[in-house]
Design a protein around this ligand. Structure first.
Ligand code: HEC
Ligand code: HEC
Length: 280
């Protein structure tokens, strides 16, 4: 073929088709060759420094001693160091002092989120929004008080507000009258409120007493039902709350966590709930 090459002097391979379509043997462009050799050098360098070439009993380890798990652990150590610093500080501080420090309270809220999810969300909802039978703890309306000290007590010791059953003490008509007055937001306008001693627990103004956890009856915040509040209020008046002598009584028990969670965990949760609901 080379003998009768119709394009002598040209750097072709001698492969010619259709009379003049031929394969040239030019060198690859310079930039391409540089990139080619550089990538080979890079691979050699990489193989020396990092774990890479598989063998029968594992793989080459590389002179840097890099491992994936090592890098992960280093990252973890960094997190632990930051955490450790915060945790050490928290131990010696009261919940109130934590709240006064913005950085510490953000850390506490972040780290108590899991505790809240594990221990509280089943009853109070993931965001503390409550539900029928379980009070909202993400607003500033409190049965027992929303100062961070009271929240710590509530979580550590539990709560169980008691209202006696009035099934035998009130006629249906009297229950209706009381319920109607309460629903209108003005319970004290109903004389039965005084004569049947509701005021003894709910206060002469009907606004409740936090020492007893007796609900504020003037604020239209209800905690036992989502629908038909009038019927729900009637049921509560008639059968009371946590009164074991009446099987129809409302059941409202906040379990105590003092024997399940550490003091520090309870402190964190109090800060968390305080930040959810806020205020007194
Ligand atoms: C088994 C259900 C249940 C669980 C779990 C539970 N609670 Fe409660 N919680 C209640 C009930 C019911 C009440 C109302 C008690 C009452 O009316 O006397 C309550 C009341 C409260 C109150 C008082 C609200 C107020 O208005 O004063 C706070 C604060 C509170 N819970 C926080 C928590 C936290 C924090 C956790 C998790 C550590 C938790 N609860 C876990 C059922 C629960
Ligand atoms: C011994 C104290 C006590 C007496 C007396 C009492 N209550 Fe209560 N009442 C409570 C407590 C405590 C609660 C709140 C229970 C809870 O939320 O855990 C409550 C809750 C209620 C509720 C429900 C509020 C809500 O948010 O759903 C109504 C309504 C109510 N009481 C009306 C009355 C009326 C009317 C009388 C008088 C006939 C009365 N109570 C007498 C202690 C009392």
């Amino acid at each position: 073929m080379a003998d009768n090459n119709p394009f002598p002097g040209e750097n072709n391979t001698g492969h010619i088709w259709d009379d003049n379509l031929r394969e040239l043997d030019n060198p690859a462009p310079r930039w391409w060759m540089i990139a080619f050799w550089a990538s080979i050098l890079w691979v050699i360098g990489y193989a020396i420094l990092y774990p890479m070439i598989p063998g029968l009993s594992g793989f080459t380890k590389g002179v840097m001693g890099w491992t994936q798990i090592g890098e992960y652990k280093e990252g973890l150590d960094e997190v632990e160091m930051v955490r450790g610093e915060f945790e050490a500080k928290l131990k010696g501080m009261t919940a109130k002092e934590i709240l006064a420090d913005e950085g510490l309270s953000s850390y506490t809220v972040a780290s108590a989120k899991v505790l809240f999810g594990d221990n509280c969300a089943a009853c109070h909802g993931a965001g503390g929004q409550g539900g029928p039978g379980y009070p909202v703890i993400a607003d500033d309306d409190w049965l027992y008080g929303g100062s961070v000290e009271v929240l710590e007590q509530t979580i550590a010791n539990g709560r169980m507000g008691v209202m006696p059953s009035h099934a035998k003490l009130l006629s249906d008509e009297e229950v209706d009258k009381l319920a109607t007055a309460i629903m209108s937001g003005n319970p004290t306008a109903e004389p039965l409120f005084m004569s049947k001693a509701c005021f003894a627990c709910h206060g002469p103004d009907g606004k409740g007493m936090q020492a007893l956890g007796s609900a504020n009856l003037t604020d239209s915040v209800w905690r036992f039902a989502e629908e038909d509040q009038l019927a729900s209020v009637k049921l509560t008046i008639k059968h009371g709350v946590n009164d074991t002598s009446d099987p129809m009584s409302r059941n409202a028990v906040m379990p105590k966590f003092g024997d399940r969670l550490s003091k520090d965990e309870i402190k964190k949760l109090a800060v968390y709930v305080y930040k959810l609901g806020g205020g007194q």
